[in-house]
Design a protein around this ligand. Sequence first.
Ligand SMILES: *Cc1c(COP(=O)(O)O)cnc(C)c1O
Length: 420
Amino acid sequence: MDDSYYYGEGELRCESVALSEIAESAGTPTYVYSYGALEKAYRELDEAFAGLDHLVCYAVKANSNLAVLRALASFGAGADIVSGGELYRVMRAGFDPKKVVFAGVGKTEEEMISGLGERILLFNVESVSELEHLERYAARHGKTARVSLRINPDVTPETHAHISTGQGTSKFGIPVDEALALAGRMGEYRFLDLIGIHQHIGSQITKLEPYAESVEKSAGLVEELKRRGFDIKYFNIGGGLGIRYKDEEVPTPKEFVDAVRPTLEALGTSGTKILCEMGRYIAGNAGVLLTRVLYRKNSGGKSFLIADAGMNDLLRPSLYDAYHEVRSVNNGAATAAAGLVGPVCETGDYLARDRTLPDAAEGDLLALMSAGAYGFSMASNYNSRPRPAEVLVKGDRWSVIREREHLADLVKGELIPAFL
Ligand SMILES: *Cc1c(COP(=O)(O)O)cnc(C)c1O
Protein backbone atom coordinates (compact mmCIF):
# COMPACT_ATOMS: atom_id res chain seq x y z
CA MET A 1 0.00 0.00 0.00
CA ASP A 2 1.40 3.39 -0.93
CA ASP A 3 1.89 5.72 2.10
CA SER A 4 -0.72 8.05 0.60
CA TYR A 5 -3.25 5.50 1.87
CA TYR A 6 -3.28 4.95 5.64
CA TYR A 7 -5.62 4.52 8.58
CA GLY A 8 -6.23 7.77 10.43
CA GLU A 9 -8.96 8.61 12.94
CA GLY A 10 -10.25 5.07 12.62
CA GLU A 11 -10.68 4.86 8.90
CA LEU A 12 -8.86 4.47 5.61
CA ARG A 13 -7.77 7.74 4.06
CA CYS A 14 -6.25 8.91 0.84
CA GLU A 15 -3.93 11.82 1.64
CA SER A 16 -6.08 13.91 4.03
CA VAL A 17 -9.46 12.71 2.80
CA ALA A 18 -11.53 9.89 4.35
CA LEU A 19 -12.51 7.38 1.66
CA SER A 20 -15.94 7.09 3.31
CA GLU A 21 -16.54 10.78 2.56
CA ILE A 22 -15.82 10.17 -1.13
CA ALA A 23 -18.09 7.11 -1.17
CA GLU A 24 -20.94 9.00 0.52
CA SER A 25 -20.74 11.81 -1.96
CA ALA A 26 -19.67 10.17 -5.25
CA GLY A 27 -21.25 6.75 -4.66
CA THR A 28 -19.68 3.36 -5.37
CA PRO A 29 -17.97 1.74 -7.18
CA THR A 30 -15.49 4.59 -7.57
CA TYR A 31 -11.83 4.73 -8.46
CA VAL A 32 -9.80 7.07 -6.26
CA TYR A 33 -6.33 8.31 -7.20
CA SER A 34 -3.76 10.12 -5.08
CA TYR A 35 -2.05 13.06 -6.77
CA GLY A 36 0.79 12.82 -4.23
CA ALA A 37 1.40 9.15 -5.05
CA LEU A 38 1.45 9.86 -8.79
CA GLU A 39 3.94 12.64 -8.28
CA LYS A 40 6.12 10.61 -5.94
CA ALA A 41 6.35 7.67 -8.35
CA TYR A 42 7.13 9.94 -11.29
CA ARG A 43 9.85 11.79 -9.34
CA GLU A 44 11.42 8.52 -8.13
CA LEU A 45 11.78 7.41 -11.73
CA ASP A 46 13.06 10.78 -12.88
CA GLU A 47 15.63 10.87 -10.07
CA ALA A 48 16.74 7.30 -10.78
CA PHE A 49 18.03 8.53 -14.16
CA ALA A 50 19.88 11.50 -12.60
CA GLY A 51 23.13 12.17 -14.39
CA LEU A 52 21.80 10.79 -17.68
CA ASP A 53 20.14 12.82 -20.42
CA HIS A 54 16.70 11.23 -20.17
CA LEU A 55 12.93 11.56 -20.43
CA VAL A 56 10.45 9.56 -18.38
CA CYS A 57 7.38 8.92 -20.52
CA TYR A 58 4.10 7.84 -18.99
CA ALA A 59 2.47 4.82 -20.64
CA VAL A 60 -1.00 6.27 -21.11
CA LYS A 61 -2.83 2.95 -21.39
CA ALA A 62 -2.27 2.26 -17.68
CA ASN A 63 -4.63 5.08 -16.70
CA SER A 64 -5.68 7.54 -19.33
CA ASN A 65 -7.98 9.90 -17.42
CA LEU A 66 -7.44 13.49 -18.61
CA ALA A 67 -6.78 14.80 -15.10
CA VAL A 68 -4.18 12.09 -14.43
CA LEU A 69 -2.56 12.95 -17.77
CA ARG A 70 -2.64 16.67 -16.98
CA ALA A 71 -0.91 16.02 -13.66
CA LEU A 72 1.83 13.98 -15.35
CA ALA A 73 2.32 16.55 -18.09
CA SER A 74 2.73 19.20 -15.39
CA PHE A 75 5.49 17.14 -13.73
CA GLY A 76 7.36 17.21 -17.06
CA ALA A 77 6.63 13.65 -18.18
CA GLY A 78 6.51 12.57 -21.80
CA ALA A 79 3.82 10.19 -23.04
CA ASP A 80 3.93 6.72 -24.54
CA ILE A 81 0.81 6.13 -26.61
CA VAL A 82 -0.53 3.07 -28.42
CA SER A 83 -3.47 4.47 -30.40
CA GLY A 84 -4.93 7.52 -32.07
CA GLY A 85 -7.36 7.73 -29.16
CA GLU A 86 -4.46 8.07 -26.75
CA LEU A 87 -2.91 10.71 -29.01
CA TYR A 88 -6.17 12.66 -28.80
CA ARG A 89 -6.13 12.36 -25.01
CA VAL A 90 -2.53 13.48 -24.56
CA MET A 91 -3.03 16.50 -26.81
CA ARG A 92 -6.19 17.42 -24.87
CA ALA A 93 -4.29 17.01 -21.60
CA GLY A 94 -1.54 19.39 -22.67
CA PHE A 95 1.44 17.13 -23.37
CA ASP A 96 4.18 18.55 -25.55
CA PRO A 97 4.02 16.50 -28.78
CA LYS A 98 7.83 16.64 -28.82
CA LYS A 99 7.64 14.31 -25.83
CA VAL A 100 5.21 11.79 -27.33
CA VAL A 101 6.27 8.35 -28.56
CA PHE A 102 3.85 6.12 -30.45
CA ALA A 103 4.11 2.33 -30.03
CA GLY A 104 1.94 -0.57 -31.14
CA VAL A 105 2.03 -3.34 -33.75
CA GLY A 106 -1.11 -2.30 -35.59
CA LYS A 107 -1.11 1.43 -36.25
CA THR A 108 -3.68 2.41 -38.87
CA GLU A 109 -3.25 4.96 -41.65
CA GLU A 110 -5.42 7.42 -39.78
CA GLU A 111 -3.37 7.01 -36.60
CA MET A 112 -0.06 7.48 -38.39
CA ILE A 113 -1.33 10.58 -40.14
CA SER A 114 -2.51 12.05 -36.82
CA GLY A 115 0.92 11.40 -35.34
CA LEU A 116 2.62 13.02 -38.33
CA GLY A 117 0.24 15.96 -38.06
CA GLU A 118 1.13 16.54 -34.41
CA ARG A 119 4.84 16.09 -35.21
CA ILE A 120 5.32 13.61 -32.40
CA LEU A 121 8.82 12.74 -31.25
CA LEU A 122 8.99 9.12 -32.44
CA PHE A 123 7.07 6.33 -34.09
CA ASN A 124 8.18 3.05 -32.58
CA VAL A 125 7.99 0.86 -35.66
CA GLU A 126 7.47 -2.87 -35.23
CA SER A 127 7.70 -4.35 -38.74
CA VAL A 128 8.96 -3.77 -42.29
CA SER A 129 5.38 -3.43 -43.55
CA GLU A 130 4.66 -0.75 -41.00
CA LEU A 131 7.81 1.10 -42.07
CA GLU A 132 6.69 1.02 -45.70
CA HIS A 133 3.24 2.33 -44.87
CA LEU A 134 4.66 5.10 -42.70
CA GLU A 135 6.98 6.13 -45.55
CA ARG A 136 4.03 6.30 -47.94
CA TYR A 137 1.86 8.44 -45.63
CA ALA A 138 4.76 10.72 -44.71
CA ALA A 139 5.54 11.22 -48.41
CA ARG A 140 1.91 11.96 -49.21
CA HIS A 141 1.70 14.59 -46.49
CA GLY A 142 5.15 16.04 -47.12
CA LYS A 143 6.35 15.20 -43.61
CA THR A 144 9.35 13.37 -42.23
CA ALA A 145 8.61 10.68 -39.67
CA ARG A 146 11.12 10.20 -36.89
CA VAL A 147 11.48 6.47 -36.46
CA SER A 148 12.63 4.24 -33.69
CA LEU A 149 12.80 0.51 -34.38
CA ARG A 150 11.27 -1.70 -31.74
CA ILE A 151 13.64 -4.55 -31.10
CA ASN A 152 12.53 -7.94 -29.94
CA PRO A 153 15.51 -8.83 -27.74
CA ASP A 154 14.29 -12.42 -27.32
CA VAL A 155 14.33 -12.69 -23.53
CA THR A 156 11.79 -14.11 -21.09
CA PRO A 157 10.82 -11.53 -18.48
CA GLU A 158 9.26 -14.10 -16.09
CA THR A 159 5.96 -12.31 -15.81
CA HIS A 160 2.41 -13.34 -16.72
CA ALA A 161 2.23 -14.79 -20.27
CA HIS A 162 -0.39 -12.22 -21.36
CA ILE A 163 1.89 -9.31 -20.51
CA SER A 164 5.29 -10.58 -21.62
CA THR A 165 6.28 -9.10 -24.95
CA GLY A 166 10.03 -9.65 -25.35
CA GLN A 167 10.24 -13.32 -26.32
CA GLY A 168 11.29 -14.33 -29.82
CA THR A 169 7.86 -15.85 -30.42
CA SER A 170 5.73 -12.84 -29.43
CA LYS A 171 4.09 -10.55 -31.97
CA PHE A 172 6.16 -7.58 -30.81
CA GLY A 173 9.26 -6.02 -32.31
CA ILE A 174 11.90 -6.89 -34.85
CA PRO A 175 14.76 -9.35 -34.15
CA VAL A 176 18.19 -7.71 -33.76
CA ASP A 177 19.69 -9.17 -36.95
CA GLU A 178 16.68 -8.13 -39.04
CA ALA A 179 16.83 -4.65 -37.55
CA LEU A 180 20.45 -4.33 -38.69
CA ALA A 181 19.55 -5.43 -42.20
CA LEU A 182 16.60 -3.06 -42.23
CA ALA A 183 18.73 -0.14 -41.08
CA GLY A 184 21.01 -0.86 -44.03
CA ARG A 185 18.03 -0.22 -46.32
CA MET A 186 16.87 2.99 -44.59
CA GLY A 187 18.41 5.05 -47.41
CA GLU A 188 15.51 3.89 -49.60
CA TYR A 189 13.04 5.64 -47.34
CA ARG A 190 13.25 9.33 -48.09
CA PHE A 191 10.60 10.42 -45.62
CA LEU A 192 11.81 8.41 -42.63
CA ASP A 193 14.55 9.36 -40.24
CA LEU A 194 15.91 6.46 -38.18
CA ILE A 195 16.98 8.09 -34.93
CA GLY A 196 15.95 5.64 -32.24
CA ILE A 197 16.00 2.12 -30.91
CA HIS A 198 13.19 0.92 -28.67
CA GLN A 199 12.50 -2.15 -26.62
CA HIS A 200 9.86 -3.15 -24.08
CA ILE A 201 9.99 -6.70 -22.77
CA GLY A 202 6.82 -6.87 -20.73
CA SER A 203 4.90 -5.63 -17.75
CA GLN A 204 5.10 -6.21 -13.99
CA ILE A 205 8.80 -7.08 -14.23
CA THR A 206 10.14 -8.03 -10.81
CA LYS A 207 13.49 -9.56 -11.84
CA LEU A 208 16.34 -7.42 -13.06
CA GLU A 209 18.32 -10.07 -14.97
CA PRO A 210 16.17 -10.56 -18.10
CA TYR A 211 15.58 -6.84 -18.36
CA ALA A 212 19.29 -6.02 -17.96
CA GLU A 213 20.15 -8.69 -20.53
CA SER A 214 17.71 -7.20 -23.03
CA VAL A 215 18.95 -3.64 -22.47
CA GLU A 216 22.55 -4.80 -23.05
CA LYS A 217 21.48 -6.54 -26.23
CA SER A 218 19.57 -3.56 -27.60
CA ALA A 219 22.33 -1.16 -26.54
CA GLY A 220 24.76 -3.30 -28.54
CA LEU A 221 22.58 -2.66 -31.57
CA VAL A 222 22.58 1.10 -30.88
CA GLU A 223 26.39 1.03 -30.80
CA GLU A 224 26.60 -1.01 -33.97
CA LEU A 225 24.27 1.39 -35.78
CA LYS A 226 26.32 4.35 -34.60
CA ARG A 227 29.46 2.65 -35.94
CA ARG A 228 27.66 2.37 -39.25
CA GLY A 229 27.01 6.08 -39.27
CA PHE A 230 23.44 6.30 -37.96
CA ASP A 231 22.73 9.16 -35.58
CA ILE A 232 20.80 7.23 -32.94
CA LYS A 233 19.58 10.06 -30.73
CA TYR A 234 17.19 8.02 -28.58
CA PHE A 235 17.37 4.69 -26.81
CA ASN A 236 14.03 3.75 -25.26
CA ILE A 237 14.47 1.02 -22.64
CA GLY A 238 10.71 0.47 -22.32
CA GLY A 239 8.52 0.26 -19.25
CA GLY A 240 7.29 -2.62 -17.19
CA LEU A 241 8.81 -2.01 -13.77
CA GLY A 242 6.68 -4.02 -11.36
CA ILE A 243 4.92 -2.88 -8.21
CA ARG A 244 4.08 -4.67 -4.98
CA TYR A 245 0.53 -5.98 -5.03
CA LYS A 246 0.98 -8.57 -2.27
CA ASP A 247 4.44 -9.53 -1.07
CA GLU A 248 6.49 -9.42 -4.27
CA GLU A 249 10.08 -8.25 -3.94
CA VAL A 250 10.30 -5.51 -6.52
CA PRO A 251 13.33 -3.50 -7.59
CA THR A 252 13.28 0.23 -6.90
CA PRO A 253 13.56 2.61 -9.87
CA LYS A 254 17.15 3.30 -8.79
CA GLU A 255 17.98 -0.43 -8.82
CA PHE A 256 16.27 -0.71 -12.19
CA VAL A 257 18.42 2.04 -13.70
CA ASP A 258 21.61 1.15 -11.84
CA ALA A 259 21.46 -2.41 -13.19
CA VAL A 260 22.26 -0.98 -16.64
CA ARG A 261 23.77 2.40 -15.75
CA PRO A 262 27.28 1.88 -17.22
CA THR A 263 25.72 0.88 -20.55
CA LEU A 264 23.36 3.87 -20.54
CA GLU A 265 26.17 6.21 -19.54
CA ALA A 266 28.34 4.99 -22.41
CA LEU A 267 25.50 5.70 -24.83
CA GLY A 268 24.88 9.06 -23.19
CA THR A 269 28.50 10.07 -23.69
CA SER A 270 28.09 9.51 -27.40
CA GLY A 271 24.95 11.67 -27.53
CA THR A 272 22.06 9.24 -27.08
CA LYS A 273 19.18 10.30 -24.84
CA ILE A 274 17.55 7.61 -22.71
CA LEU A 275 13.77 7.24 -22.73
CA CYS A 276 11.63 4.99 -20.58
CA GLU A 277 7.87 4.46 -20.66
CA MET A 278 6.36 3.47 -17.34
CA GLY A 279 2.67 2.98 -16.71
CA ARG A 280 2.04 0.63 -13.84
CA TYR A 281 4.88 1.96 -11.69
CA ILE A 282 3.49 5.49 -11.88
CA ALA A 283 -0.24 4.85 -11.54
CA GLY A 284 -0.61 1.39 -9.95
CA ASN A 285 -0.21 2.11 -6.27
CA ALA A 286 -1.71 5.59 -6.61
CA GLY A 287 -5.25 4.23 -7.00
CA VAL A 288 -7.87 2.16 -5.24
CA LEU A 289 -11.29 0.92 -6.22
CA LEU A 290 -13.92 1.69 -3.59
CA THR A 291 -16.80 -0.75 -3.46
CA ARG A 292 -19.69 -1.44 -1.14
CA VAL A 293 -20.71 -4.90 0.05
CA LEU A 294 -24.25 -5.55 -1.16
CA TYR A 295 -24.87 -9.03 0.23
CA ARG A 296 -23.24 -11.86 2.11
CA LYS A 297 -23.95 -15.35 1.01
CA ASN A 298 -22.88 -18.93 1.69
CA SER A 299 -22.83 -21.35 -1.18
CA GLY A 300 -21.24 -24.77 -1.64
CA GLY A 301 -19.52 -24.50 1.74
CA LYS A 302 -17.93 -21.16 0.81
CA SER A 303 -18.60 -17.65 1.98
CA PHE A 304 -19.00 -14.85 -0.49
CA LEU A 305 -19.08 -11.12 -0.15
CA ILE A 306 -21.02 -9.73 -3.08
CA ALA A 307 -19.77 -6.28 -4.00
CA ASP A 308 -21.22 -3.55 -6.19
CA ALA A 309 -18.02 -3.66 -8.29
CA GLY A 310 -17.40 -6.50 -10.71
CA MET A 311 -15.10 -7.75 -13.41
CA ASN A 312 -16.34 -5.06 -15.78
CA ASP A 313 -14.98 -2.45 -13.35
CA LEU A 314 -11.72 -4.23 -12.45
CA LEU A 315 -10.80 -6.99 -14.88
CA ARG A 316 -7.32 -7.90 -13.65
CA PRO A 317 -8.34 -10.65 -11.17
CA SER A 318 -10.49 -12.40 -13.79
CA LEU A 319 -8.08 -11.87 -16.69
CA TYR A 320 -4.68 -12.42 -15.08
CA ASP A 321 -5.67 -14.06 -11.81
CA ALA A 322 -4.19 -10.88 -10.32
CA TYR A 323 -4.08 -10.24 -6.59
CA HIS A 324 -5.43 -7.00 -5.14
CA GLU A 325 -5.24 -6.44 -1.41
CA VAL A 326 -8.70 -5.82 0.09
CA ARG A 327 -8.91 -3.30 2.93
CA SER A 328 -11.75 -2.45 5.22
CA VAL A 329 -12.52 1.26 4.90
CA ASN A 330 -13.84 1.51 8.44
CA ASN A 331 -10.83 -0.36 9.79
CA GLY A 332 -12.77 -3.40 10.98
CA ALA A 333 -10.13 -5.78 12.33
CA ALA A 334 -12.04 -9.08 12.02
CA THR A 335 -11.28 -11.29 9.04
CA ALA A 336 -12.88 -14.38 7.55
CA ALA A 337 -12.22 -16.81 4.72
CA ALA A 338 -14.31 -15.65 1.80
CA GLY A 339 -14.42 -14.69 -1.84
CA LEU A 340 -15.17 -11.18 -2.98
CA VAL A 341 -17.29 -11.34 -6.11
CA GLY A 342 -19.22 -8.93 -8.27
CA PRO A 343 -22.74 -8.90 -9.69
CA VAL A 344 -21.72 -9.89 -13.25
CA CYS A 345 -23.24 -13.08 -14.63
CA GLU A 346 -19.96 -15.00 -15.01
CA THR A 347 -18.37 -17.44 -12.57
CA GLY A 348 -15.08 -15.74 -13.41
CA ASP A 349 -16.40 -12.50 -11.96
CA TYR A 350 -14.34 -12.28 -8.83
CA LEU A 351 -12.25 -9.53 -7.33
CA ALA A 352 -10.56 -11.72 -4.71
CA ARG A 353 -10.86 -15.50 -4.79
CA ASP A 354 -10.49 -17.81 -1.79
CA ARG A 355 -8.94 -15.28 0.50
CA THR A 356 -8.81 -14.08 4.06
CA LEU A 357 -10.83 -10.89 3.77
CA PRO A 358 -12.19 -8.22 6.09
CA ASP A 359 -15.29 -9.70 7.73
CA ALA A 360 -17.45 -6.99 6.21
CA ALA A 361 -21.16 -6.56 6.91
CA GLU A 362 -23.70 -5.71 4.24
CA GLY A 363 -23.33 -2.01 3.45
CA ASP A 364 -19.65 -1.83 4.50
CA LEU A 365 -17.09 -0.20 2.27
CA LEU A 366 -14.03 -2.03 0.99
CA ALA A 367 -11.03 -0.73 -0.94
CA LEU A 368 -9.27 -2.81 -3.57
CA MET A 369 -5.73 -1.54 -3.34
CA SER A 370 -3.18 -0.94 -6.10
CA ALA A 371 -5.91 -0.50 -8.68
CA GLY A 372 -4.64 2.72 -10.27
CA ALA A 373 -3.13 1.03 -13.34
CA TYR A 374 -5.07 -1.14 -15.77
CA GLY A 375 -8.15 -0.63 -13.59
CA PHE A 376 -10.49 1.93 -15.09
CA SER A 377 -8.63 1.79 -18.41
CA MET A 378 -9.70 -1.84 -18.84
CA ALA A 379 -13.24 -1.30 -17.53
CA SER A 380 -16.16 -2.09 -19.79
CA ASN A 381 -19.93 -1.86 -19.87
CA TYR A 382 -20.36 -5.64 -19.84
CA ASN A 383 -23.76 -6.56 -18.41
CA SER A 384 -24.81 -2.99 -19.25
CA ARG A 385 -23.17 -1.67 -16.16
CA PRO A 386 -22.31 2.04 -16.25
CA ARG A 387 -18.58 2.49 -15.70
CA PRO A 388 -17.57 3.80 -12.28
CA ALA A 389 -16.75 7.37 -11.30
CA GLU A 390 -13.13 8.47 -10.91
CA VAL A 391 -11.88 10.85 -8.22
CA LEU A 392 -8.55 12.61 -7.73
CA VAL A 393 -7.37 13.57 -4.24
CA LYS A 394 -4.76 16.24 -3.62
CA GLY A 395 -4.06 17.00 0.05
CA ASP A 396 -7.38 17.82 1.66
CA ARG A 397 -9.10 18.50 -1.67
CA TRP A 398 -10.76 16.05 -3.96
CA SER A 399 -12.70 16.21 -7.15
CA VAL A 400 -14.63 13.91 -9.46
CA ILE A 401 -12.47 13.60 -12.59
CA ARG A 402 -14.90 11.38 -14.46
CA GLU A 403 -18.59 11.19 -13.74
CA ARG A 404 -20.17 7.86 -13.13
CA GLU A 405 -21.75 6.89 -16.42
CA HIS A 406 -25.47 7.45 -16.80
CA LEU A 407 -27.91 4.95 -18.24
CA ALA A 408 -28.17 7.06 -21.39
CA ASP A 409 -24.40 6.59 -21.89
CA LEU A 410 -25.01 2.86 -22.22
CA VAL A 411 -26.98 3.25 -25.44
CA LYS A 412 -25.09 6.25 -26.81
CA GLY A 413 -24.56 5.79 -30.54
CA GLU A 414 -26.95 2.83 -30.80
CA LEU A 415 -29.64 3.15 -33.46
CA ILE A 416 -32.86 1.29 -34.11
CA PRO A 417 -33.19 1.05 -37.92
CA ALA A 418 -36.37 2.11 -39.71
CA PHE A 419 -37.08 -1.48 -40.88
CA LEU A 420 -37.80 -2.62 -37.31
C1 LIG B 1 2.07 -1.23 -21.91
C2 LIG B 1 3.36 -0.70 -22.39
C3 LIG B 1 4.21 -0.02 -21.51
C4 LIG B 1 3.91 0.17 -20.05
O1 LIG B 1 3.99 -0.98 -19.30
P1 LIG B 1 3.89 -0.87 -17.71
O2 LIG B 1 4.04 -2.26 -17.26
O3 LIG B 1 2.57 -0.31 -17.38
O4 LIG B 1 5.02 0.01 -17.26
C5 LIG B 1 5.36 0.52 -22.03
N1 LIG B 1 5.67 0.38 -23.33
C6 LIG B 1 4.89 -0.28 -24.19
C7 LIG B 1 5.31 -0.39 -25.61
C8 LIG B 1 3.71 -0.85 -23.75
O5 LIG B 1 2.95 -1.52 -24.61
